[in-house]
Design a protein around this ligand. Structure first.
Ligand code: CU
Length: 460
């Protein structure tokens, strides 16, 4: 391990321990902040403007464009563009008629734009569909903005001084868990109908959703939540889901991984007509077997699902089911998990790279005591496979797509492909704050620090 990553690991641990203290008193958080600022005192010497062009580091990934800095002074700008993704991308400023060539994964190009004037400049990737999936942004050209110079004096050869980078990373990390409006995955209450159905009411509507602190996007929600509310039912239950459409376009609802009559499969126009704006549709089925399912749109789904129209539907008591599959293999003696948690993955649309509808530092941490276990259901509602990694403890994978495995297996990093569900038992062995993130590194870190698909498990 090189020194830089070792330092970062140490720092994260310090930050996270600070976080635990912060849970006890607010004043300890303040002390923690003071301590970290003191620790990063060297940051005052971060590179500033020394004349010449401003350098902006541009990172292209699926499906995001990160620019550091994204606010520059008027004048000349050199965009150092790198494709960190796994498919071809380019970087274009359409209003200025400037763009790079199509860049293969791992390729880069410097793009110089002269005489930028104050104002906002839109940027995007020109591969069809990539801007709609999230590869767009805005460069702010502001009089008096601090420039990082192309002829900068960083001894590392990097255009961003390491002190500046460390400070940015610490600033972001210290905000975790940042409070934002709205939390997905709330349990949905039902009413009993006279004919013996558990009735769940859903309303699909577009809402402002705070995906990270201060960043509001148009979220496509069920009941104002992203992910949508969690629905729990028992084997044998008669289930009725009434969906009202308040979206600007038609929709439908598919019960992914749940055994239902064909007429309830939610695939318009085959099994039903689209639910038009203002319309309503009732889905009915009997819960025949234990399942880890998801309900999501099946109409204009490549827009509606990543924009937020997805939620978890669980049939059966998985705190017991999962632990019975893990019996004798995890150090939990009472046979019932203390928690059941949802981990909904997304990478596209207006929500973008996120865990349970939030991007770090707005993600919600999880907490266990030593000896306790949690059952985690991963759901991938995005367009890419995400290798999900919990630093410690490692997990016992007990079910795939809602079916118990004949041979559960251990994994500390688990690929979750689009549409898949994996159920994992994590038992807490050692106290501490354990990072929990997607291991496609561009889904977890940027030059400004941790972002996107990162949260933590706090073990006390
Ligand atoms: Cu990922």
């Amino acid at each position: 391990m090189n020194t830089a990553s070792a330092d970062k690991e140490t720092f994260f641990t310090k930050m996270a321990l600070g976080l635990m203290l912060a849970a006890i008193t607010v004043s300890s958080l303040v002390l923690g902040v003071v301590a970290v600022v003191a620790m990063n005192d060297g940051s005052e010497s971060a590179a500033g403007a020394t004349g010449g062009a401003t350098v902006v580091q541009v990172h292209l990934t699926e499906f995001a464009i990160s620019m550091v800095p994204d606010t520059v002074p008027p004048g000349d700008v050199v965009f150092q563009v790198m494709n960190h993704g796994s498919v071809e991308h380019n970087f274009s400023l359409p209003s200025l008629n400037a763009k790079t060539a199509m860049l293969k994964p791992g390729a880069g190009e410097d793009l110089t734009v002269s005489g930028l004037e104050a104002g906002d400049v839109g940027v995007l990737c020109e591969v069809p569909g990539h801007d709609a999936a999230g590869m767009k942004g805005t460069l702010h050209v502001v009089d008096g903005a601090i420039a990082a110079s192309a002829s900068g004096d960083s001894s590392s050869g990097s255009t961003m001084a390491w002190q500046q980078m460390d400070k940015m990373m610490a600033d972001v990390a210290l905000k975790f868990p940042a409070k934002t409006q709205g939390t997905g995955n709330e349990e949905l209450e039902y009413t009993m109908s006279a004919d013996g159905y558990k009735v769940f009411n859903l309303v699909a509507k577009v809402i402002p959703w705070e995906v990270e602190p201060g960043k509001f996007v148009d979220g496509w929600s069920y009941n104002g939540l992203i992910p949508g509310p969690v629905i729990h039912v028992n084997v044998g239950d008669k289930v009725r889901m009434v969906l009202k459409n308040e979206l600007p376009e038609s929709t439908s609802l598919h019960l992914h991984g749940i055994r239902v009559p064909n007429a309830m499969d939610g695939v318009d126009p085959y099994t039903q007509k689209p639910i038009i704006p203002g319309g309503e549709f009732t889905y009915e089925f009997t819960a025949l077997e234990p399942s880890v399912g998801m309900y999501h749109s099946h109409h204009d789904a490549q827009v509606q699902v990543p924009n937020g129209l997805a939620g978890a539907l669980i049939i059966g008591d998985w705190k017991t089911l999962a632990m019975s599959a893990a019996r004798g293999r995890v150090k939990d003696t009472d046979g019932i998990a203390e928690q059941e948690n949802m981990m909904v993955l997304n990478d596209s649309g207006t929500i973008g790279l996120s865990l349970n509808g939030k991007s770090f530092p707005a993600t919600t941490p999880f907490a266990l005591k030593v000896g306790e276990s949690m059952v985690v259901h991963y759901f991938n509602e995005g367009n890419m496979t995400h290798p999900m990694h919990l630093h410690q403890p490692s997990g016992l994978v007990v079910a795939h797509d809602g079916k118990l495995l004949e041979t559960p297996f251990w994994a500390d990093t688990l690929n979750v492909a689009p549409g898949e569900r994996w159920t994992v038992v994590y038992t807490a062995l050692d106290a501490g704050v354990w990072a929990w993130h997607c291991h496609i590194l561009t889904h977890a870190e940027t030059p400004e620090g941790m972002r996107y698909m990162v949260t933590a498990l706090i073990v006390s």
